[in-house]
Write a protein that binds this ligand. Structure first.
Ligand SMILES: [Zn+2]
Length: 313
């Protein structure tokens, strides 16, 4: 199970207690995946839930909240993810009641209109969070590094909306809670996404899904340890490479001088240094300096001098 699915499992594993939160959760589900259509007897509403157990939970919530049984449920196979997707449909007075009560449509003298704003349904903090959970279970996904072995994935959490207003409003509400998100278009959808590990952690904590927060914290710590040790490794290798390069350069310089002018061309101290460098090619600078009974900076100075002489030849 990927990380996003485990968040959804956690959400569905905790029953909602308050009626207001149940409504907010359903509103989130409908805002996230609902489709309104015209039916013979007025409005029709349908929305999709993946997984039988989850579909039953949602149908139960509708009965508890609105007092009627869902009569129309159809199943389709989601082969890609090897699961069944259940489509719940409501029509007539039942659809109207749900849509009005959840603040999704408004009726006025001019007719019926769909509300871009969430209305009072998310006014209470507990309800906003329930609403967010509803949104996430139907339109959310989340991936974290190291989920698919061999594949390099970063941190990514998103909520998919069919309307820009809902996406923007959700982003605004999240921002009030110090969770920064961005919105982008993908085909006809508006995708709200969070890329930073800390932002994703704050989002999951706001749902709240505490078990998933702990899991994510573990992943972040593991990642951090891995990054630090990789950085250290790269850094060590960088140093070694630089040393080897410098060593090769100085040996080439000494060879050039010997070939073109003979080793006696160098002053005695430089000559001794050149000879030692050739003879003890595996020595570090410190070891070579000790061998010559000079300081490391003196050795560096002499090697630079040799390189300069070779360059002018
Ligand atoms: Zn509530």
């Amino acid at each position: 199970m990927n990380f996003g699915e485990s968040i959804k499992e956690e959400i569905f594993s905790k029953p909602l207690k308050e009626n207001h939160c149940k409504k907010a959760f359903l509103a989130g589900i409908i805002r996230g995946s609902g489709v309104l259509f015209e039916a013979e007897n007025g409005y029709g509403l349908s929305f999709k839930i993946a997984g039988e157990r989850r579909a039953i939970i949602v149908a139960d919530l509708i009965r508890e909240t609105f007092g009627f049984d869902v009569r129309e449920i159809s199943v389709e196979e989601d082969r890609l993810n090897a699961r069944d997707v259940f489509e719940i449909s409501l029509t007539g007075e039942e659809a109207r009641k749900v849509l009005l009560d959840l603040g999704i449509i408004k009726e006025s003298r001019e007719g019926t209109s769909v509300l871009g704003f969430f209305g009072e349904i998310t006014d209470r903090e507990c309800c906003f969070r329930a609403f967010l959970r509803g949104l996430f279970v139907v339109s959310g996904s989340c991936t974290v590094p190291g989920e698919n072995s061999g594949e390099k994935t970063g941190y990514h959490l998103e909520l998919c909306f069919s309307h820009s207003v809902s996406a923007e409003l959700t982003a605004k509400e999240l921002f009030k809670r110090n969770i920064k998100s961005n919105i982008t278009r993908r085909k006809s959808d508006y995708v709200l996404y969070i890329k930073s590990a800390d932002g994703i952690k704050d989002f999951i904590a706001a749902l709240p899904a505490p078990v998933s927060v702990l899991k994510l914290t573990d992943i972040m710590i593991e990642r951090e340890i891995l990054n630090v040790s990789n950085r250290r490794k790269n850094c060590d290798l960088g140093n070694v490479n630089r040393q080897i390069e410098a060593q090769e350069k100085i040996l080439a310089a000494i060879n050039k001088i010997e070939k073109e002018r003979g080793v006696d061309f160098l002053k005695p101290d430089l000559k001794a240094t050149a000879n030692a460098r050739k003879k003890f090619a595996d020595d570090t600078l410190s070891e070579l300096a000790a061998r010559l009974s000079i300081t490391k900076s003196c050795l560096n100075h002499r090697l630079r001098k040799i390189a300069e002489i070779a360059e002018k030849l």
